[in-house]
Write a protein that binds this ligand. Structure first.
Ligand code: SF4
Length: 245
């Protein structure tokens, strides 16, 4: 057994906290186990059978040979197949690049972006799917690598999609998964004007823990920059909901 790569750890007083991003479960262990966890030692040596089975059930421990990244990607593809026909959901990856080099990232980053001629193909795909499914809603998720490294493509594609939806009485909604590094206040407002109503920004624990895992490729942590972007957005707008997981 090995510790899942999708665990975020943090210390609080005399406890070490483990959060499984797959099962969304958090456990608190005595601080004496911190060293085992940092060294990624075999935790089955310190837990009894029923504790081990709890940890396996909630994705803290996985089989030594398990390829977790492959399984996450497979689960994601299965989720995509189960789409409600009333709402056509589409994920667009405008950039294959990212400024961060997170230790658990399963992607290969390149400088590739969507070429303008491919924008027409995306539009034609949306048109065909909406007509076939008879969908009344279109939901686009901007996803990456890091989508905000291709803001020009997001602008251009968004404006074409909005125009198409207006002409075809389709309600357009959008959301983005971003690392938050480029999510400055002006970018946030520009995105909201393009119908982006939900922002999912990953912060892996406190500054210390986050910077250990989500560091900039050119050196240094990313926590301060992301946190300062979020603070300035919170100060200048009225957010209806903010979830911190
Ligand atoms: S921010 Fe996302 S895409 Fe970029 S390195 Fe981290 S996990 Fe990978």
């Amino acid at each position: 057994m090995k510790l899942s790569k999708y665990i975020v750890t943090s210390s609080y007083n005399d406890k070490v906290l483990l959060f499984s991003t797959l099962s969304r479960t958090i456990i608190a262990l005595p601080i004496k186990y911190k060293e085992y966890i940092e060294k990624k030692a075999d935790l089955t040596l310190i837990f009894n059978e029923s504790e081990t089975s709890y940890l396996v059930k909630h994705n803290f421990l996985v089989d030594k040979n398990q390829n977790e990244t492959e399984e996450v990607l497979k689960g994601f593809k299965e989720y995509q197949k189960k789409q409600d026909s009333d709402v056509y959901e589409l994920q667009i990856t405008p950039s294959a690049n990212c400024q961060l080099g997170c230790d658990y990232c399963g992607q290969k980053h390149t400088k590739q972006k969507i070429e303008p001629f491919n924008e027409a193909k995306i539009l034609s795909h949306i048109e065909k799917r909406i007509n076939t499914l008879g969908s009344k809603y279109l939901s686009v998720q901007w996803y990456g690598a890091e989508p905000l490294t291709a803001m020009t493509s997001i602008r251009s594609i968004s404006s074409k999609i909005s125009e198409f939806c207006k002409q075809n009485s389709v309600t357009y909604m959008s959301n983005i998964i971003t690392n938050g590094v480029l999510l400055t206040e002006p970018v946030f407002f520009e995105l909201t004007a393009m119908n982006v109503t939900r922002f999912q920004i990953t912060i892996d624990g406190n500054k210390n823990e986050h910077d250990k895992r989500r560091f900039l490729k050119n050196g240094g942590g990313s926590f301060d920059r992301i946190f300062s972007n979020l603070l300035s957005i919170c100060k200048s707008t009225f957010l209806t909901q903010m979830f911190i997981l």
